[in-house]
Write a protein that binds this ligand. Structure first.
Ligand code: PLP
Length: 327
């Protein structure tokens, strides 16, 4: 319960469709993939909606890879990227490995980000790239639309909006803003709500002008025929795969209630994970949970842990183990 994966593997009718797509792709395994990934980009554009065209989609092996392509292209020595912590640690890591200087600003005590705080950080540091994460990992916090609006007007450079968990949110993607804000880049993934973490498909959504230079840094044929074929089949069966979302959200509500009634403070989360205050030394609690076979994520701030919503029986094991180790 430490990786924010879906607890639901593909099954039934859509598993058959995925297997057929993989089998068909294997019959052309002697050939390199379509380097334009045209079919996948078109299918992703249809899935994203909001008038997004295939030339506005950049797929890769997970959103970490496409974020790396973005930072290799627009970051680098002499450039800066700003994020608001606690947030997804790979943003900093990807910035750093590309030689981009990372600047961390803080969220408020409820892990929110006000327009004023975001504007002040941007004004102070004038970053080349601003990272926003909605829903934010590790907290699950949604992004105030006014904050996004402020950042889009204040930022001198690119604004990266990481929407890895957006399918879990009632608000939905902000891809509709792309036609008005050419500096906006949205990052999405099939790892979470689609339950496709092991297949590795992520994608950027942005103007063709922003995306075309990424072809210079990406290695040739970076996404395999097999991955593209299985992703296409999954998109064909999106409704069935995404039907797990309400089940996961109901479980999140049950876990949240149980944590609150045991006296824990739980951050507002619209995602498939919860961030809660153990009221104790979180690394010791995480280690004791691990000793009972339950893995959770200890990312800081001190005292807080992140737990992914699992199957009901896994969630029961977690809640019981937590009660035992924090007793
Ligand atoms: C906010 C956020 N962005 C991106 C990712 C990476 O996802 P992918 O599996 O597509 O590389 C994660 C994974 O945990 C995440 O939490």
């Amino acid at each position: 319960m430490n990786n924010n994966e879906s607890p639901c593997p593909p099954d039934g009718r859509h598993l058959d469709a995925l297997c057929s797509a993989a089998a068909k792709a294997l019959t052309t395994a002697n050939r390199y993939p379509d380097s334009d990934l045209s079919a996948l980009r078109s299918a992703l554009a249809r899935y994203i909606g909001h008038g997004v065209g295939a030339d506005m989609v950049w797929p890769g092996n997970g959103s970490n890879e496409v974020l790396l392509h973005l930072l290799q292209t627009y970051g680098g020595p002499g450039r800066t990227a700003l994020g608001f912590g606690p947030t997804y640690s790979m943003h900093e890591q990807i910035a750093t490995v590309t030689g981009t200087r990372w600047i961390q600003a803080d969220r408020d005590s409820h892990f929110g980000l006000s327009p004023e705080a975001a504007a002040a950080a941007i004004e102070r540091d004038r970053p080349d790239i601003v990272f926003l994460c909605a829903l934010n990992n590790p907290t699950g916090t949604p992004l105030d639309p006014a904050t996004l609006d402020t950042v889009l007007h204040a930022g001198p450079g690119l604004v990266v909006l990481d929407e890895a968990y957006i399918e879990f949110s009632a608000v939905g993607s902000r891809a509709g803003l792309l036609s008005r804000y050419p500096q906006l880049v949205i990052s999405r993934t099939m790892s979470k709500a689609f339950g496709f973490a092991g297949i590795r498909v992520g994608f950027l959504v942005a103007s063709a002008d922003v995306l075309t230079p990424l072809r210079i840094v990406a290695l040739p044929y970076h996404l395999s025929t097999l991955t593209a074929a299985v992703a296409l089949a999954a998109l064909d069966h999106a409704d069935e795969l995404l039907a797990n979302i309400p089940v996961i959200l109901a479980e999140r509500g049950r876990m949240r209630d149980a944590l609150v009634s045991s006296g824990h403070t739980v951050a507002r989360s619209d995602a498939n994970f919860l961030f809660f205050d153990t009221g104790a030394d979180s690394s010791a609690v995480a280690a004791r949970l691990a000793g009972r076979g339950v893995l959770v994520r200890d990312l800081g701030p001190g005292g807080w842990l992140r737990v992914t919503v699992g199957h009901p029986d896994e969630n029961d094991v977690f809640l019981k183990a937590l009660a035992d180790v924090t007793r």
